[in-house]
Design a protein around this ligand. Structure first.
Ligand SMILES: Nc1ncnc2c1ncn2[C@@H]1O[C@H](COP(=O)(O)OP(=O)(O)OP(=O)(O)O)[C@@H](O)[C@H]1O
Ligand SMILES: [Mg+2]
Length: 165
């Protein structure tokens, strides 16, 4: 699927506030039908990112890991956010059985551990979070990757101060 040219940009986040700033920079670019797939080890900061993004989209809700419910909807002044954590899913059938497909056109989907289900989304934005290193435990390297839809967004994230010519 999605055999298209992928672009990539690498950002650095200093502490949870830095990760929240990246989320806030992404928020205005998101529309209904978009999907953001988040990967990275346990405690890399995926839920922290989702929480900041949901706040930046204007929801007052406190975001938690959807441990018991695999999926959670959040109302915002714009499109609803669908937060999914696929960590405990073992195969694609389990994801399809959740019946979320019918909502994907109308929500902004934020999916933790998104690799398993990446084929279910058309040109998702992929965000990989990694701890910068042992001497920087609160630093995160955030690798952002996407196809055509995301090219201008990657440019904006890479140069938040820059304005379009
Ligand atoms: N730069 C950073 N960005 C995000 N979280 C950070 C950062 N620095 C430290 N942290 C801490 O790391 C932890 C990240 O936890 P979080 O639940 O967001 O990770 P996760 O990737 O969702 O984990 P899981 O795989 O269990 O879902 C939090 O305690 C957060 O405060
Ligand atoms: Mg999480």
């Amino acid at each position: 699927m999605n055999e298209q040219v992928m672009r990539e940009t690498v950002l650095h986040a200093d502490g949870p506030e830095g990760t929240a700033r990246v989320a806030a920079a992404l928020a205005p670019h998101l529309h209904a039908g978009d999907a953001v797939l988040l990967t990275g080890e346990l405690a890399a900061g995926k839920t922290t990112f989702v929480s900041a993004l949901v706040a930046a989209l204007g929801s007052g809700a406190a975001v938690s890991s959807p441990t018991f419910s695999l999926a959670q909807f959040y109302a915002t002044p714009g499109p609803r956010v669908l937060h999914v954590d696929t960590y405990r899913l073992t195969d694609l059938t389990e994801f399809r059985d959740l019946g979320l497909d019918e909502y994907l056109d109308e929500v902004i989907a934020l999916v933790e551990w998104g690799d398993l289900v990446s084929g279910e989304f058309v040109d998702p934005l992929r965000m990989h979070l990694a701890v910068t290193g042992p001497d920087d435990p609160t630093g995160r390297e955030i690798t952002v990757r996407g196809g055509a839809r995301w090219a201008p967004v990657l440019d904006a994230l890479a140069d938040p101060a820059g304005s379009p010519a």
